[in-house]
Structure formats: C-alpha cells, structure tokens
Design a binder for this molecule. Structure first.
Ligand code: BES
Ligand code: MN
Ligand code: ZN
Length: 513
C-alpha cells in the first residue's frame, strides 16, 4: 500500500523549501490574494502576468507549474484554480487537491507543500479545510501497481509527502486535528481500493480474514473469526447457503474496538451500546446458479466493498484512538455455482428463525446480510449501519453520484446524511414503506429473496429490515458508487472506496459529540 506522510507545521509558504508549492486562485478574483500575492512579489510578478495574459484564469482544477529559479526557497510553484468563489465548497478544494497531486506526480515531485490560508470559504473551519486538502491529495495520487512487473507506474510511485504550512498560530492545533482525520480517512479509503483491486483468486474470504487479523494485531482490536462449523452450529443458514457453492471456506469475521475510558455510560448516565457496522463481503459474485452474464463480471471482485469499508473504518478509528465502542462484522464468502450450490426454490433457515425461499441465487447479498444483521442485533447496539454493493437497481435509480440510504430512525439517518455530505460521499434517502413487502411474499416460506420488477433497491432494503428487530438501523446501498467507470479528480477508474470516509466521519462525529 502506498504510504504518504502528512506534516503540519507553522510557517509561511514563501519561506518554505518546498519541491512544489501549491497556491490557489479563484476565477472571479481580479488579482492574486494572500500567499499567492506574497509569493508573486518574490517572483517579480510573473504569476500576475500569467493572469493578465489570460494563460491562467483560475478556472476550476486548472493548473500551471512555474519554476522559481532561486527567487524563493521553493523549487516550483503550482498555481491551482478553484473556479468561482460563490460556487466553491469543501468538495471543490478536495477535488482540486486531487488534481494538484496528479500534477505533482507528473512533474516528479516527491512532496507537495500547501498553506492553510487563501481559500477562506464561509462556514469552513481551518480544520475542515486541512482535512479535505489531505484527503484530496492522498486519494488523488492513488495507484494500484501490485501486479505490474515492469511498468512506468512503478517508477512514478515516489510521491510520498504532504506538508501543510500554517501561518496563523491560533489554528495550528485545529489544522493538525483536521489533517489527522483526513490522513486516516484517505488511508482507509486507499486500503479499501487495494482490497477491492486485488483479484478474487487472491482476495479470498481467507485472505480477508488474514487482513483482519493483521489489523487486530497492530491495533487495540479484538477479533473473532467464525469458521464454517461455527456458523453451522449457530444456525446461519442464509450465510451458509450462499457459501455452499464455493470451495473457498467462508469466514464470518467480527472485530471489536472499545476506546472509551472509565464508566461505560453516556452523559445522561445510561448505558450505551456499541455502534455496529456490517459490510457485505462477497469476494466474488458470479450470481451462483442464477449465473450473471459475462460482460463486466470481473467487476464483481469488488462485491466485498462493504466489508472492506467496515474493516478499514475500525482500523482508522483505532488508529485515531477515538473514544467509542465500535464493532465491525464481515460475513465473507464467494457466490459460486457448483454441485453443492443452492438452487432457485431452495428454502433457507436464517439465524433469526425466519425462512427464506431463494428465487434467485444472485440476490445473495441480502442473504448473508440477514444473518449478519441478526448477529448484530444480539450485541445490543446503539446503532447498526450496514453497507453493501447490494443491487443493480441502485445503479439504475441513482447513477454514480449518490449512495442509496434507507433506515428506521430519523436521527440516525440525519447523522449519516450529514457525515456523507461532509465527506463528499452523499447519500439519497429512499422509502422503506411496508407496502412494498407484498413483492417479497413467498408461497412456501416467510419471504422470498427477490421482489420482482419494480423498486429493486427498495425491496432489497425491505428484506434486510426484517432482520434488524427494534434496533436503530441504516442501510447504505453502494452499488452505485463502488466502481468508477472513469478517472476523476480524486477517484480512480475501478474501485473507489466511496463510503469509507462517510463511515469514519460518522464515527468521528459520534466520538466528538
Ligand atoms: N452484487 C450485485 C449487485 C451489483 C450490481 C453491485 C452491479 C454492483 C454493480 C448483487 O448481488 C446482485 O446481483 N443483485 C441482483 C439482485 C436481483 C437478482 C434481484 C441485481 O441487482 O441484479
Ligand atoms: Mn448477486
Ligand atoms: Zn452481490
């Protein structure tokens, strides 16, 4: 995995010995401001010349690199456009920094230096700004080269440091905190991208379990891995049903982190249960006997994105030593056809005691999550959030820019929505009305696992809702966002890791509330 160091220090950009100094400019400003103006004076006005000649306008994500020829301690300056100030948001900065990181790599800079000033967006604290800048830079410089033996890509892997310079001593602590959150969130998302990029012949359920063990070893995390015989004993018939077609042994992975000090009660003195995250971990989804078409099937190696995200989140939370009680659950298996595989019409006994008629073996995510969610309810959680690449219908309904959200508790939904907005990983709420349940009625069992033509994302969520009991619960369908068809400012082509920073932000917000 790529490692990028983050350094926050007091200072002034024009005095920094930077390899590449990033300075920002809004399109609608008639001249350079703040640090850019100071640096320009040292450079004899060449930056303002670029502006007046129209060579650089400050259009969003525009970049120009200028050599300083010894007029500054910095070797090069990167002018970065942020577009019109009235349109600029934290996400604008995150994306622009992603572009800056790519440009830094293109000019073989091993580090990038930027100052926390000069962007002055209303309602945006220096801490939030630092967080977004670090996130954009790390996420934008991502590359997956594990299987390239001789390529260019290997040589480019030198970009390794972000330096944030803070002129205002009063905001140094906030910037450090924001940068630490940003570093943790971006590193977590990068970890998810890596796990999902590895092909399914490598990233098997056993390998996911190994990754989880590694994480538990180096952090304050307890781990329990339930093997096939354990889940048989417990009665997870739905999870086991999906696993039956595969030669790879299934793993039901539970990680627990408790960072609270002293009494296990909240301010009101009442006991609080853990936050439980459940992530769909299908290391490859062939569809099973209801086999998927060949086209794009390779993308189903990323059908474990939800699991990778809850794993990355608990790792990040432990690294940040947040004072929360968090449990991550990963039901991990392949979905394969085979002599022992479940067949349409088979009836499974779930851990909850409810029976499910499998009408389509490709609707496997909800089966493994049914048992994962039932397991979660037994932990007396304060909240359950499940995250899953659950339905193609989610892609149809929402395209690429929104995560589908469902839930049974308004306050929890609001918190998740807010976390998603600040992470730049936005959710869109969908209805969880019981009317839709008629589509899930079975002639022979308590319910069936598909809901017919209409509202496929909704019926899948409604199916899950039958396994959460009275617990406060949110379901996130990330089938829309987990895989990017093209490279964007800070999102690569392929596995995106989207959802990870939302989850981490939610936990950070809970920890600091
Ligand atoms: N993993 C897929 C959903 C998916 C599709 C994720 C496209 C990412 C991109 C899921 O297991 C699945 O196959 N769902 C079926 C459900 C159907 C059989 C009711 C689907 O959406 O086609
Ligand atoms: Mn499927
Ligand atoms: Zn699937």
């Amino acid at each position: 995995m790529q490692q990028i160091d983050v350094t926050v220090k007091p200072g002034h950009p024009e005095q920094e010995q930077a390899e590449l100094l990033v300075l920002t400019h809004y399109e609608d400003a008639d001249r350079l401001h703040g640090d850019a103006a100071t640096v320009d004076r040292a450079l004899g006005g060449i930056l303002n010349q670029l502006l007046s000649s129209g060579e650089f306008t400050g259009k969003n994500q525009q970049t120009t690199v200028v050599h300083t020829h010894g007029k500054l301690p910095a070797k090069r300056v990167l002018l970065l456009g942020l577009g019109k100030k009235k349109d600029a948001k934290v996400e604008t900065i995150r994306q622009a920094m992603g572009v800056a990181a790519k440009r830094a790599k293109a000019v073989n800079a091993t580090s990038l230096t930027a100052s926390i000033a000069g962007t002055d967006l209303s309602g945006v604290t220096d801490g939030m700004l630092a967080q977004a800048m670090v996130e954009g830079t790390i996420l934008g410089s991502y590359q997956f080269t594990a299987y390239r033996s001789t390529s260019q890509d290997k040589k480019e892997k030198t970009f390794s440091r972000i330096i944030l310079v803070v002129a205002n001593a009063a905001s140094l602590a906030a910037v450090k905190q924001g940068a630490a959150y940003g570093h943790a969130g971006a590193e977590a998302a990068v970890f998810v991208r890596d796990l999902c990029n590895h092909p399914s012949n490598v990233m098997t359920p056993s390998r996911v379990a190994e990754e989880a063990k590694q994480i538990a070893k180096s952090n304050r995390i307890k781990i329990k891995i339930l093997e096939r015989k354990d889940v048989e004993h417990l009665g997870m018939g739905a999870f086991l049903g999906v696993a039956k077609g595969s030669h790879e042994p299934p793993k039901f992975i539970i990680l627990e982190y408790d960072g609270r000090k002293g009494a296990r009660t909240n301010k009101k003195g009442t006991a609080t249960g853990p936050i439980v995250l459940v992530g769909k971990t299908i290391t490859f989804d062939t569809g099973g006997i209801s086999l998927k078409p060949a086209e794009n099937m390779e993308q189903m190696k990323a059908d474990m994105t939800g699991g990778a995200e809850v794993l990355a989140t608990i790792r990040a939370v432990a690294k940040l030593k947040l004072p929360v009680h968090l449990i991550s659950i990963l039901p991990a298996t392949e979905n394969m056809p085979g002599g022992a595989a479940i067949k349409p019409g088979d009836i499974l006994m779930t851990l909850s005691g409810k029976t499910v008629e499998v009408q389509n073996t490709d609707a496997e995510g909800r089966l493994i999550l049914a048992d994962g969610l039932t397991y979660a309810t037994r932990l007396k959680p304060s909240a359950i959030i499940d995250i899953a690449t659950l339905t193609g219908a989610c892609v149809v309904a929402l395209g690429q820019f929104a995560i589908g959200m469902f839930g049974n508790d308004q306050a929890l939904k609001d918190k998740v929505r807010q976390a998603g907005t600040s992470a730049g990983e936005r959710v869109w709420e969908m209805p969880l009305w019981d009317e839709y349940f008629e589509q899930l009625k079975s002639d022979v069992a308590d319910m069936r696992n598909i809901g017919g033509r209409g509202g496929g994302m909704i019926t899948a969520a409604l199916f899950l809702s039958k396994f959460v009991g009275d617990c406060k619960w949110v379901h996130l369908d990330i089938a829309s966002t987990d895989w990017s068809e093209r490279e964007r400012a800070y999102i690569p082509k392929g596995p995106s890791g989207i959802g990870t920073r939302l989850l981490l932000q939610y936990v950070i917000n809970e920890a600091t509330a």
